[in-house]
Design a protein around this ligand. Structure first.
Ligand code: GTP
Ligand code: ZN
Length: 370
């Protein structure tokens, strides 16, 4: 049995431990099994990479450096399987002994010399997609964020800031997003500077929830964070020191406990989301465009000059917004290009003939030959 922490798990809960109660009551069979296999270990949450190891937290105040599992340091170990910010690990002494299975993940495609996937954050329950109701308001950008965060297992919530501004047209924005966000994505308009106004978000920020903010520069993410923190605000910059062995003094920028009981994960990677190639345009918010394409007379219709094209007909009748369709095409190409690189990488790793062609063919079927 894992030893119960003296506070019954409250410290872990403040940094997003997803279950009420003490750790050995982990409400997830895979987690419970991993914990049973390491009875001396304590759960901790990854805040950052740290030299060859990681900085982890066991509560809202302290963080410490721990050693990584040796296999994670092998150059060929798949980077997306190494711990990332938000991952839960089991720690014994000052070493990680296990990574608890991810409940959700936000990844991005990273093009370099070799195509890779990067895990930006793990175990994120809620993604707040922040966009200002000023000149920055852009349904296309929101559409893009929704596509990139869906599929990873997190719930997106669109937060329209600057609703208090004289030039904000809340009704027009909600109308523009009606076909974009879908019934499963809440859209809320707030004054991010006002604590009472942002309180509507607390429905999604309950204890045990881990949330991240995405949105372009100036959208109001820091303002929103400070309002959600309310009177706790000062704690974010607080530095505590500790003499315990193996402990380092650190601030808790990566995991920010909120008074509502949720935990905000703040990591720079959230600023640059790019398709991984695994996104699904139908599930990612473009179901109606994909459904239209199914109705074209020709299965390989390019929606250009072909007769019987349902997509063009919908644009002409006003049923499909041409800007949304243009955005769909652009994202489809981006996802398709990333998917091609992903398939190429997977193919080159195994038998080119056996596996390399199959994913490419599947992608051609889905997205057309490019
Ligand atoms: N009137 C009004 N101003 C807001 C609101 N939200 C943010 N602002 C202002 O917009 C500016 C940018 O807000 P930030 O919170 O710094 O934006 P950010 O998303 O954190 O920007 P980066 O740190 O560059 O990513 C600041 O001057 C805020 O005061 C709002 O709801 N209403
Ligand atoms: Zn067509």
């Amino acid at each position: 049995m894992n030893s119960a922490p003296p506070d019954g798990g409250a410290a872990l809960r403040a940094i997003g431990w997803p279950f009420p109660g003490v750790p050995e009551e982990a409400g997830d069979p895979a987690w419970a099994a991993a914990m049973a296999a390491h009875p001396q270990a304590r759960p901790a949450r990854v805040m950052a990479q740290h030299r060859s190891g990681y900085l982890v937290a066991e509560g809202p105040v302290e963080g410490g450096a721990v050693e990584s599992l040796p296999e994670w340091q092998r150059p060929k170990f798949p980077p997306e399987q190494r711990p990332a910010v938000g991952d839960w690990v089991l720690v014994e002494e000052a070493s990680i002994v296990a990574l608890l299975p991810r409940r959700s993940v936000i990844k991005r495609g990273a093009a370099g010399e070799h195509y890779r996937q990067q895990v930006i954050a793990a175990n994120v329950d809620v993604v707040l997609v922040v966009c200002g109701l000023d000149a920055d308001f852009n349904p296309r950008r929101i559409e893009r964020y929704l596509l990139l965060v869906r599929g990873g297992g997190a719930q997106p919530v669109v937060v329209l800031t600057k609703a208090d501004r004289a030039d904000a047209d809340v009704d027009a924005a909600l109308a523009a997003l009606a076909g974009v966000a879908g019934a499963d994505v809440p859209v809320l308009a707030v004054d991010a500077r006002d604590r009472d106004s942002v309180a509507v978000l607390e429905t999604w920020l309950r204890p045990g929830v881990s949330a991240v903010l995405v949105g372009s520069s100036g959208a109001g993410k820091s303002t929103l964070t400070n309002s959600l923190l309310g009177s706790e605000r000062m704690k974010t910059g607080e530095v505590r020191s500790s003499d315990e062995r193996g402990r380092h003094t650190t601030t808790h920028r990566a995991l920010i406990p909120l008074p509502s009981g949720a935990c905000l994960i703040d990591t720079p990677g959230m600023r640059e989301l790019k398709p991984t190639g695994e996104e699904d345009l139908a599930e990612g918010g473009f179901a109606e465009v994909e459904a239209l394409a199914q109705q074209c007379r020709f299965r390989d219709c390019r929606h250009e000059q072909e007769p019987g094209c349902a997509v063009r007909a919908a644009i002409e009748s006003g049923a499909l917004d041409p800007a949304r369709y243009a955005s769909y095409l652009k994202l489809r190409d981006e996802v398709g290009a990333a998917a091609g690189k992903l398939a190429g990488r997977r193919g080159s790793k195994r038998d080119e003939k056996a596996l390399g062609k199959a994913p490419n063919k599947r992608l051609d079927d889905r997205y057309g030959k490019r």
